[in-house]
Design a protein around this ligand. Structure first.
Ligand SMILES: Cc1ncc(COP(=O)(O)O)c(C=O)c1O
Length: 368
């Protein structure tokens, strides 16, 4: 196999989970495995976490939830996406938990139960400042009154989502928290109770101690990356994905040799140029070429010239790697460590974009 490989270290995923559990005093973790577990393989990650003791999962789409169920995951699975009428029947059949994020979602569930006698479990979501999905807090009393009438038994959870929990300035996150606290009080006044209340994502798990309620929804930290540079990194997690690709050509060139499209890069000295079989079509960000580097046998080497669709070149200076050798694009192995966060920072992007961008001809390999 000469193309790009995402080696998924399941052992690191499980140890990240353990470290988070101990950081959270054993609080329940809802593992967020949407978008193929941020590119890490949702069924493999969820099954490993489930065997390790995690009993709560979240995905975005209905099909992602079915994939987990069909893949053997038996625990709770919450679907974040906007609920559609056609989800109700298969959600019941597959014991999937829906998201009620508007008064009309509540009305749809209510009328389905009146006509059919049962509905799937659901969590009710409030918008506290993300301005995405969620019932407005001013409609909280109406929402809880409508739930109370007929569908309280299936309303298992109450939640919201932070917009800025991984930022240095937490004033807006605290504002969201105070709105959410008001919503929870309205629920109490209306006599609606929940099995679970959750608000925190990775950023809030680190930054907002008081908002963890009885479980937290964690994605990025489980995969071993910090959500931003503005959170404390005082948590010893390890990158789960090791992204590598092979050298398929190696040649010596003279100083001033142009490399790749546009000839924007010219070799500063006589050097060895290696061709790596991985391109932007596989998810390595094209903009990374300018300041980017790869790891090889404990050293880093500069990317030489623009990243192409399927391949890119590296300046190995006077070293002589062999055709077939693998270079580290990011993650951690015996060649060293290149963090997704570092690439994301350089590109003014986020590790979420880098991780979920891995695609194309990339093969996944799981290490247990
Ligand atoms: C609703 C919701 N909760 C939790 C998460 C997990 O966020 P993180 O990966 O920052 O932990 C996400 C991810 O975007 C989300 O959309």
């Amino acid at each position: 196999m000469i193309g790009p490989k995402a080696i998924i270290h399941i052992d690191r995923l499980l140890s990240n989970y353990d470290r988070l559990k101990s950081h959270l005093n054993q609080k329940r973790i809802m593992a967020v495995v949407k978008a193929d577990a941020y590119g890490h393989g949702s069924v493999q990650c969820a099954r490993a976490l489930e065997n390790h003791g995690c009993d709560s999962f979240a995905v975005f789409s209905f099909s992602e939830a079915l994939e987990l169920r069909h893949g053997g995951v038996v625990s709770d699975i919450l679907i974040f996406s906007k609920t559609q009428q056609e989800y109700i029947e298969p959600a019941l059949q597959n014991n999937l938990t829906l998201n009620a994020s508007s008064l009309s979602d509540i009305a749809i569930l209510d009328s389905y139960k009146l006509s059919n006698g049962s509905i799937p479990n659901f969590h009710v979501k409030f918008d506290t400042g993300m301005t995405r999905l969620g019932i407005s807090s001013k409609d909280a009393a109406t929402a809880f009154e409508n739930i109370k009438k007929n569908i309280e038994a299936e309303c298992k959870g109450l939640y919201s989502h932070y917009a800025t929990a991984d930022e240095g300035d937490l004033s807006f996150a605290n504002h969201q928290l105070s709105i959410f606290n008001e919503v929870t009080e309205i629920a109490v006044n209306k006599g609606v109770s929940f099995d679970t209340i959750h608000f925190s994502n990775s950023g809030a798990t680190i930054n907002l101690n008081q908002s963890k309620f009885d479980q937290v929804r964690i994605g990025m930290l489980l995969y071993g990356a910090f959500p931003s540079n503005e959170v404390s990194k005082n948590l010893s997690i390890e990158p789960v994905m090791e992204y590598v690709a092979s050298l398929v050509e190696v040649r010596r060139v003279k100083m001033d040799t142009p490399v790749s499209y546009g000839g924007v890069y010219k070799t500063p000295n006589d050097c060895t140029i290696g061709v790596v079989q991985c391109g932007f079509a596989d998810g390595i960000p094209r903009e990374w070429y300018d300041q980017g580097f790869v790891g090889y046998k404990g050293k880093t080497y500069k990317i030489a010239g623009r990243i192409c669709m399927d391949q890119f070149m590296v300046n190995f200076e006077d070293d002589c790697p062999k055709i077939g050798d693998e270079v580290l694009l990011f993650g951690k192995n015996e060649s060293g460590e290149i963090s997704m966060e570092n690439i994301a920072d350089t590109l003014n992007s986020t590790p979420y974009v880098i991780a979920t961008g891995i695609k194309g001809r990339t093969q996944k390999e799981f290490k247990y």
